[in-house]
Every structure is written in structure tokens, then in C-alpha cells.
Ligand binder design. Structure first.
Ligand SMILES: *[C@@H]1O[C@H](CO)[C@@H](O)[C@H](O)[C@H]1NC(C)=O
Ligand SMILES: *[C@@H]1O[C@H](CO)[C@@H](O)[C@H](O)[C@H]1NC(C)=O
Ligand SMILES: *[C@@H]1O[C@H](CO)[C@@H](O)[C@H](O)[C@H]1NC(C)=O
Ligand SMILES: *[C@@H]1O[C@H](CO)[C@@H](O)[C@H](O)[C@H]1NC(C)=O
Length: 775
């Protein structure tokens, strides 16, 4: 079983004139009562080459000292503590803090069902899924019969159907062990599961019978009641052999016997019921050691396809026929794509045809097929010695305005396309034999695909998990009934006090500065009037070609529901909303397009009376937080009522001195290139704070994590220090909140930490906009 998942993966307003009565002024705020903390300034400067200046330019970095490591530098901690104290003082004006916290807690309180899989080709077909409830740190896995699932459906899954099969929490005393991935044998009798400790990438494969549950902690690694064998150093790639006799797996190639994932991988075979030591090595590591294997097997077991990928999606493909040969590293193989030039993903095989998702001359991806010719097979010392090339035949052409995210094989000879189109995930069913579109799989709606789970390429059933702005989970099964796809909803998860049916979604477009139409979504309660009085929270990411639309985020929901607010998702350029070109149109030298698009959406909301003037709140996380900070300064006066910039990189010249570093150049430009420097200098939030501009920044809350490795807290600290120094009498709060012992991901963080941060964000917006809680 393959489990394919996609995580479909937070400013300042300027007034062009002197501070006056037109500039918005936040209630409950005065720098007389609560002056900004003072921070030391140093003489540090930086020099960069500038094309525009025809030479070098130098700019000051007075808060450079805040880049010292937070955890070990007392002065930095003291500055942060002063900021937190100021923020808490402002928050203490929230008269309904408890009710805000409760509403956020309610939004975290739901049954998180995952990995729902229908093993419809098993001897006794069954469902497998996991459930994690609020307060539980680990998942429990369940097995259910089709009848039990049907019964569960009638109660909207109030209780999990079937029986408990595996308690992940029982794997270790302290709950640090977990199941990274798993696969059932084709007959459904065995489960191979990869146990990892503390979020490691590499772990140990264990096998147990489907009839042998594990629910109570035991000292045995992998849990009591399993088969005796333990297969170490698996990286998660596995394929059960079609005869259920064992499985092929990819192992990290660490010659020290360790778990280093950086030096390539090997392919091995494990025979069920034998010791690991007897496992057979099938393919040695790529001598270049920077290339990694994955595998696909045909349903009948005749073909085993090995995909060898380098970092940036440069892929080669080989194939063998394992059932006709003695398994060893001396087997015959053929090469299909020997060179590593394109990004290729094997989808499935039909007969001797291998179907592949390819970006060759198709940045939005197409499906091609390769004829596998066994007569060319030979034994070589290493697969890289094979150099026969097979010409691909186009099967399903790429679409210009839609990106193929992944392709899921279905009913042997069909494929379900999961595409990004106009800022949402859409699903289409194609015939692999003819390349023709059969149908759109589900009607467009306000949910975004979150997981697409299929048991094997012969499966007539796929289970889709969706999330949406007003439901944390919706689960639908699609089935091929012989002539068409039929669908059945298992459940729609709700949170306290509301029904998904209470909300509505509009799909709209704004016109950006250069005339480009920018897609966006507006979601709100049915009772919310479109009379230009509603507050609106505008979320976006608009970077790296990603799409962050129509997803579940407790603070968004709590805000929308509590204040009769509108939740907006803006699909600005830089994201992947309209495919690869949309991303390219908002990166590097063209980054300004992202900011123009976001400002255009905010203005369009007011023009259409969806949002009240001055009550749009841009909110973004990480790169989205950077975008929020930039538009805060660039937008015309009173465009925004408050700005939430979460985990943001705000000094783009610092990014280069911290971890993520040069990998970001493509999306944001390279500061060491004189031409790109000028563009970065024009938007980088820290460097563009200019007291002489006489701007009024809108209320801004920057939220950062003290242990963030990806975007160090120095970004937030330096930005806040500079902003407060430049605008000591700001009519609006310019504050930051620091999450303790937290990193860059809310998922990895403690839920309580996330609840506290969400509280600060919601409370800040309520105060800044002068809102009254509605529900
Ligand atoms: C200009 O700045 C670059 C980058 O900091 C530096 O390498 C170079 O020496 C400088 N040139 C002059 C003339 O100062
Ligand atoms: C959890 O327990 C395991 C096994 O006893 C141990 O190796 C590990 O260090 C523990 N981790 C923590 C965070 O306590
Ligand atoms: C679904 O949305 C896409 C993209 O906006 C659009 O092209 C398509 O026509 C829609 N389909 C239906 C059935 O409304
Ligand atoms: C600098 O950036 C510009 C714009 O992206 C690009 O055209 C040029 O090739 C770059 N120069 C170097 C030396 O990389």
C-alpha cells in the first residue's frame, strides 16, 4: 500500500502624509502609558554591490547584536522578555480572554482520523486507519470491516468503527517512538511497519499479522506479538512481493552501519520468517552517493522498477523481472532512463508499459509511457553502467494553467490526477490506455485534498481526506463502479457549536497593478452581511509555488466564527495557484508582483463590500509572514486594520547568514548579485523601516519561536526593535509575542504553545480593530 500525502504543506501600514486624524489609531493603546522598551544600538554596517548605484552601497545594522544565539545570550533574552511584558500588558486589556481561549481550544478539539485505507484486494477486504484525539500525543490504529465502516458512517464516526489494532504510544515508555510508514502485504495478512524514534528519518521494519493486535507497552522493540525479525535502517520505501513471500526495501547506505541519510541508498529483499542477516542485497548504492532509490512493482510482480533520484528531481529509471531470476546483486536489469535530467515519478505499469509523471518540457507535469524491452536485459556491476534509452510516448499532456501534484493509479488502467488549479486542489480521472479524461472526480467545493490513500494500483477504491476552513476533516471514498466513479462520504468532522452547513465560500478574482487576475476565496458564516462592515482576515503564503488555501487552522476558524468575520485566502503570484508559471511570475526579480497582488485582493474585498474599509487583517506564516510585513508598508494608508506576521524572516540580508540560506535565492533573489540586491533592498522589511517617511504603520503583531532553527528569532527581534525606535510615538501597537521552547512548526510544537500564540493573535486583532465578540 502506498500512502501518498500532501500537506496542501503572517506588518505595517504607511500613510503618505504626516500622522494625522485620517491614520487609523488603535483603541486601548498609548505609548505614553506603555512606552516601547529601549534597545542598545551598535555601529555595524553591511556593504553590498548595487547595479543601480553603479558601485557599493552600505547600510547600517544597529541591532546586529540581537543575532547572538538566543538561548545562550542574556542580553538578547532580556530584550525579548521586555517585549513579551509589553505585549502581555496590551493583552490584559482583553476583557474576554477566557472566551477567546475557549473558542481556540474548541477549534483544536476534534477527532483526527488519518490514513484511511481500503484494502479491497485482500483475502478478506478491510479498512485500516488511525485516530488521534485532543491531548493524545500518539495515534491509535484501527481495523474495520466494510460493514463496520458503513455503520460508523451512519453516526458520522462519533466513535471509531472496528477494533483497536495498534497503539503507537505503547511502542515506548515516553511516547517518543512512532510509526513512520507501513505497508500491508497484497493478501492483507501481514503489516510491515517502520518504527522510528523521535522524528528520525530512518528506522527499523517490523512485521506482524493483521490478526495480532498490539495495545500494551512491552520492552520488546516493535511491540509484543510480532514476527521475530527486525530489519534495520529502512528509509520508508517498501514493496511487498506479489506472492506475499517477503518485501523489497530501500536501506540507507551508511558503511558504518549507522543511519546517515546523506550517502545514497541500497535495495534489498527480506524474506518473511527469516533473520535480517539473510536478506539479499539487490542493488548497490549509486557510486555518486548523492542519489536515492525508490521502487514500484507491477501488480502481478513481473516488473520491479527502480527510480534513482538526485536532490532537484533529476531521475534515472531501471527495471528488472524478479520472479524469473534468483534474487541477488547479479540479476539482469534494463535501463529505461539512464541519464538524470528530468523530474520523473513512476506511477504504475500496464503490461510492459511503465507510466511516469514527467516534467520534461512540461513544468506543470505530464504523463508519459515507456515500453520496457526485456530483450535488452543484462548483468552489470552497477546499474549506472546501463545506458539504453527508451523514448517516452506522451499519454496525458500537461495543462498550461494547472499543476499536476501527483497521480494516483486506480483500477489497473486509470489514474486520478490531483491538480492545483485556481488556488485549489481538483481531481480528475483519466484513462492511461487512451490518455483521455473520463470525468472530474468530485465537484468543486470548499475543501482541499489533504490525503489521497490507495491500497495498490489494482484498487477500485481510493479514500480522500479533505480539510476545509470550517471543518477539520471530511472523508470521502470514491469507487469505480464499472462505468463511472461514485462517491460516498464517511464523515464530516465538526467542532463545538457550529455546522459546516452554516458557512459559505465564494471564489473571486481581484485585478492586480499590471492587470493580472488574482484568484482568491472568501469564506464566511451565512449570517455575515455583505454590507461592508465585516472584518476580514486575509491569509496567504504566495511562495515556493505552494498553495495554502481552504485549509483548517484553529485561529482562522475561531476568528471567523467569533466575530462574524470573513476568512480570505489570497492566491498571489509566487504560489502555485495557477501552476508553475504562477510561481515563476512571483519569484526573484518579479517578487514585487506578490506584494501587488496581495494589496489588490485587500482592496477588492472592500470594493465588493465583503470587508469593511480599514478592517482587513493580512496574516501569513514564515515566507507568508514576510509578505505580510512587506505589504504593511507598501499598501496605501488604512488598507489594513492589523497585521499578523508569524515566524517571519524580516531581514532578508540575514537569511544568508542563517540556516536556510542560499537555497532561498531562487524565490527571493541573491543579495550578492548586484541586480538582485537592488530588488531585495526595495522590499526587505527591516531595511525599509524609515522614520523620515512619516508613515503610520498599522497595528502589528510579530510572533516568533525562541528555538526556531529555520527562521531564527533574530529576524523578529531586530525588526521590532527598529520599528519601535523609528516610531516611538506610534499611534498603533507594534508588538511581538515569543513562543517558548517552540520551533518553526505548529505541528511539532506543543498544542498549549499553539493555543497561547493563537490567543495572542486573536486578542490583538480584537483590540486593534475594536471588535466585539459575536459568538
Ligand atoms: C564592494 O562590496 C563587495 C561586497 O561586500 C566587496 O567584496 C568589494 O570589495 C567592495 N568593493 C569596494 C570597491 O569597496
Ligand atoms: C525515551 O525512551 C527511550 C528508551 O527508553 C530513550 O532512549 C530516550 O532517550 C527517551 N527519550 C526521552 C526524551 O526521554
Ligand atoms: C472546478 O474548478 C475549476 C478551476 O476553477 C474549473 O475549471 C472547473 O470548471 C470547475 N468544475 C466544476 C464542475 O465546476
Ligand atoms: C544577476 O542577476 C540577474 C537577474 O536575475 C541575472 O540576469 C544575472 O545573470 C545575475 N548575474 C550573475 C553574475 O549571476
Amino acid at each position: 500500500m502506498h500512502s501518498l500525502k500532501t500537506m496542501l504543506s503572517g506588518l505595517l501600514l504607511l500613510s503618505l502624509f504626516v500622522i494625522d486624524s485620517f491614520a487609523n489609531k488603535a483603541p486601548c493603546w498609548s505609548t505614553k502609558d506603555t512606552p516601547f522598551p529601549k534597545a542598545r544600538r551598535v555601529d555595524k554596517t553591511w556593504t553590498y554591490r548595487s547595479a543601480k548605484a553603479h558601485g557599493n552601497v552600505t547600510f547600517p545594522d544597529p541591532y546586529f547584536w540581537l543575532e547572538q544565539p538566543y538561548t545562550t545570550t542574556k542580553e538578547v533574552q532580556e530584550f525579548a522578555a521586555d517585549q513579551q511584558a509589553l505585549t502581555e500588558k496590551y493583552m490584559s486589556k482583553c476583557t474576554n480572554a477566557e472566551s477567546i481561549t475557549q473558542s481556540i481550544k474548541d477549534a483544536f478539539d476534534y477527532n483526527s482520523y488519518f490514513d484511511i485505507t481500503f484494502l479491497d484486494n485482500a483475502i478478506n477486504p478491510f479498512y485500516f486507519f488511525s485516530l488521534q484525539r485532543i491531548g493524545e500525543s500518539r495515534k491509535t490504529y484501527y481495523i474495520a470491516t466494510p460493514e463496520e465502516m458503513e455503520a460508523g458512517r451512519k453516526t458520522n464516526f462519533a466513535n471509531p468503527p472496528g477494533h483497536k489494532y495498534f497503539d503507537e504510544g505503547a511502542l515506548s515508555v515516553n511516547g517518543t517512538a512512532s510509526i513512520q510508514t507501513y505497508q500491508f502485504s497484497t493478501n492483507g495478512l501481514y503489516l510491515a511497519y517502520l518504527v522510528i524514534d523521535a522524528d528520525a528519518d530512518v528506522g527499523t521494519w517490523y512485521v506482524r499479522k493483521t490478526t495480532s493486535p498490539f495495545l500494551k507497552y512491552s520492552k520488546t522493540p516493535g511491540g509484543d506479538g510480532r514476527l521475530p525479525e527486525a530489519v534495520p535502517r529502512g528509509d520508508g520505501h517498501i514493496m511487498w512481493r506479489s506472492d506475499n513471500a517477503g518485501f523489497y526495501y530501500v536501506q540507507v547506505n551508511d558503511p558504518e552501519g549507522g543511519t546517515n541519510t546523506d550517502i545514497g541508498s541500497v535495495l534489498r529483499y527480506h524474506k518473511l520468517g527469516t533473520a535480517y542477516e539473510k536478506d539479499v542485497l539487490l542493488v548497490h548504492a549509486d557510486p555518486s552517493q548523492d542519489s536515492f532509490y525508490s521502487i514500484v512493482e507491477s501488480l502481478d510482480g513481473k516488473w520491479l522498477v527502480l527510480v534513482n533520484s538526485k536532490g532537484a528531481g533529476q531521475t534515472s529509471i531501471y527495471a528488472t523481472r524478479p520472479l524469473e531470476q534468483t534474487l541477488s546483486d547479479k540479476m539482469k536489469w534494463i535501463s529505461i532512463v539512464p541519464t538524470q535530467e528530468d523530474d520523473l515519478t513512476a506511477i504504475t505499469t500496464i503490461g510492459d508499459d511503465l507510466y511516469v509523471q514527467s516534467d520534461h518540457d512540461a513544468p506543470n507535469y505530464k504523463t508519459v509511457k515507456y515500453k520496457m524491452d526485456w530483450s535488452k536485459a543484462r548483468v552489470v556491476n552497477k546499474l549506472q553502467d546501463l545506458n539504453d534509452n527508451v523514448d517516452p510516448v506522451d499519454v496525458i499532456p500537461a495543462r498550461k494553467d494547472a499543476l499536476l501534484n501527483f497521480a494516483v493509479p486506480f483500477d489497473n488502467d486509470k489514474v486520478v490526477y490531483v491538480m492545483t488549479e485556481n488556488g485549489k486542489y481538483t481531481l480528475y480521472l483519466y484513462s492511461l490506455l487512451t490518455g483521455k479524461l473520463i470525468q472530474q472526480v468530485l465537484p468543486n467545493e470548499t475543501f482541499t485534498a489533504h490525503e489521497v490513500i490507495y491500497a495498490d494500483s489494482g484498487s477500485k477504491n481510493i479514500v480522500l481526506a479533505y480539510w476545509g476552513p470550517y471543518s477539520p476533516r471530511k472523508c470521502v471514498q470514491i469507487t469505480w463502479d464499472g462505468t463511472k466513479v461514485v462517491d460516498k462520504t464517511f464523515f464530516i468532522e465538526t467542532v463545538k457549536g457550529t455546522k459546516p452547513g452554516d458557512f459559505m465560500t465564494e471564489e473571486l478574482e481581484a485585478t492586480s497593478k499590471d492587470g493580472t487576475k488574482v484568484p482568491y476565496y472568501a469564506v464566511h458564516h451565512k449570517d455575515t452581511k455583505r454590507d461592508g462592515t465585516a472584518p476580514a482576515m486575509m491569509h496567504f503564503y504566495a511562495t515556493y509555488g505552494d498553495v495554502e488555501n481552504l485549509f483548517w487552522y484553529p485561529m482562522h476558524y475561531s476568528f471567523m466564527n467569533s466575530y462574524n468575520a470573513v476568512l480570505v485566502y489570497a492566491g498571489a503570484r509566487g504560489g502555485g495557484d495557477k501552476g508553475a508559471d504562477w510561481h515563476i511570475a512571483g519569484e526573484g526579480m518579479r517578487k514585487q508582483n506578490t506584494f501587488d497582488d496581495l494589496i489588490a485582493v485587500a482592496q477588492d474585498l472592500v470594493k465588493r463590500k465583503i470587508a469593511a474599509p480599514g478592517k482587513v487583517v493580512p496574516e501569513g506564516v514564515s515566507a507568508g509572514g514576510l509578505n505580510a510585513a512587506v505589504i504593511a508598508r507598501q499598501a496605501p494608508p488604512n488598507t489594513f486594520g492589523a497585521v499578523l506576521s508569524d515566524l517571519p524572516p524580516l531581514d532578508w540580508f540575514l537569511i544568508d547568514r542563517s540556516r536556510a540560506g542560499s537555497s532561498q535565492y531562487e524565490d527571493f533573489g541573491n543579495p550578492h548579485n548586484a541586480t538582485e540586491f537592488d530588488v531585495i533592498r526595495s522590499w526587505s522589511p527591516l531595511q525599509n523601516i524609515d522614520a523620515t517617511e512619516q508613515k503610520v504603520y498599522p497595528p502589528i503583531l510579530v510572533t516568533a519561536s525562541d528555538s526556531d532553527q529555520r527562521v531564527v528569532i533574530a529576524h523578529a527581534l531586530k525588526f521590532t526593535a527598529q520599528l519601535q525606535f523609528s516610531y516611538p510615538n506610534s499611534p498603533n501597537p507594534l508588538l511581538m509575542h515569543i513562543a517558548k521552547s517552540a520551533g518553526h512548526s505548529d505541528v511539532g510544537n506543543n498544542q498549549d504553545t499553539a493555543i497561547i500564540k493563537n490567543f495572542h493573535q486573536e486578542c490583538f486583532v480584537q483590540l486593534a480593530l475594536g471588535l466585539t465578540k459575536y459568538r
